[in-house]
Design a protein around this ligand. Structure first.
Ligand SMILES: [Zn+2]
Length: 328
């Protein structure tokens, strides 16, 4: 293992912590850079990338990294940690949901091998951010904590998430990593056999988190994310001690319910509520007060997400977790 942890010109030798910028690209008015922190531990171990802010208005995860980057002592760390609190700084600055105010794209879909070139009036900032972050940072990671939460309009169940692949052993390791974070709920997406690979890039084994939402940043939720980060570092043997987690967690498979009509969406339930097949969980009205649609759930489950009251035809209104199972 190299003695140095290096991202572009920022370099931390063994036992060092360094803070600086990842240079993304040049904007019309100057460089586009995002803050990063490198922690190069005294001991050997894996490399973990911790990032928040792919969606710039999801706050509790990024806030947690601000504590971890201060507290993490390279003298007590085996391995390396790279922290980027807010990847999508343009969205963060503009209080923007999902995309950003420059090219409107959701950067989670912009991790590609080559950054496409722009056209007249069509900048490619999301591709530049995602792909540069991938090449310079994520490609160095063995593991990734990708910290999300409900965006400005999303009421979301706090939990971790991962996607299973055809590789059962690696998928089980990924589940164990989610479990180690310590949340009660784990959102498990199933492999999509036969679906064309959307990305050929290889990503580190990733635990996604959803913590809080609707534009709020609350210290108790932030503390929960901090604890989860340390739990994962302990699970990986990078910090001394055992993860402090509840004795059981519940795993579910997500699916969406879509609106048949555009209108005003009023929900009877919130994230975390348990529902039974056939329950009417919400209604959509027009702006004359007429009910256009009653939304019933087709399965038992848990409410994972409730979206905006301003609904367009075809929008997601709910995400539901079904097939709930308990694991130790
Ligand atoms: Zn998000």
């Amino acid at each position: 293992m190299s003695e140095f942890l290096k991202v572009q010109n920022l370099e931390a030798s063994r036992g060092e912590k360094k803070q600086g910028y990842l240079r993304i690209s040049e904007k019309p008015a100057g460089p586009h850079m995002i803050p990063i922190t490198l922690v190069n531990g005294d001991g050997d171990g894996p490399t973990v990338v911790i990032n928040g802010g792919e969606h710039g208005s999801e706050y509790n995860g990024p806030a947690a990294t601000l504590t971890v980057m201060k507290e993490l002592d390279p003298g007590e760390l085996s391995g390396r940690v790279i922290i980027a609190p807010v990847v999508n700084t343009l969205a963060f600055e503009a209080r923007w949901m999902h995309g950003n105010p420059i090219d409107y794209r959701d950067m989670t879909g912009c991790y590609v091998e080559e950054i496409p070139r722009g056209g007249s009036g069509v900048p490619k900032i999301s591709y530049q951010v995602a792909t540069t972050f991938y090449k310079e940072v994520l490609s160095q990671g063995d593991y990734r904590l990708n910290l999300h939460g409900g965006d400005l309009e999303e009421d979301l169940l706090t939990g971790t998430m991962y996607r299973r692949t055809e590789d059962e052993k690696r998928s089980d390791e990924n589940l164990a990593l989610c479990r180690a974070f310590g949340y009660d709920w784990i959102r498990e997406s199933l492999p999509r056999p036969g679906a064309p690979a959307r990305r050929r890039l290889e990503f580190p084994m990733t635990v996604g988190t959803e913590a809080g939402g609707m534009g709020r940043c609350m210290s108790d939720i932030v503390e929960g994310v901090v604890k989860g980060i340390y739990n994962v570092l302990k699970h990986l043997g990078m910090l001394d001690g055992e993860p402090e987690i509840p004795s059981r967690a519940r795993v579910y498979h997500p699916y969406h319910l879509y609106a048949e009509h555009g209108g005003f969406f009023i929900s009877n339930v919130m994230a975390g509520d348990m529902v039974e097949e056939g329950d009417v969980v919400g209604i959509i009205k027009d702006l004359w007060g007429n009910t256009l649609e009653e939304i019933a759930v087709p399965t038992d489950g848990v409410i994972h997400m409730v979206t905006s009251p301003a609904i367009w035809e075809g929008d997601v209104v709910y995400e539901i977790g079904k097939d709930i199972r308990e694991i130790e």
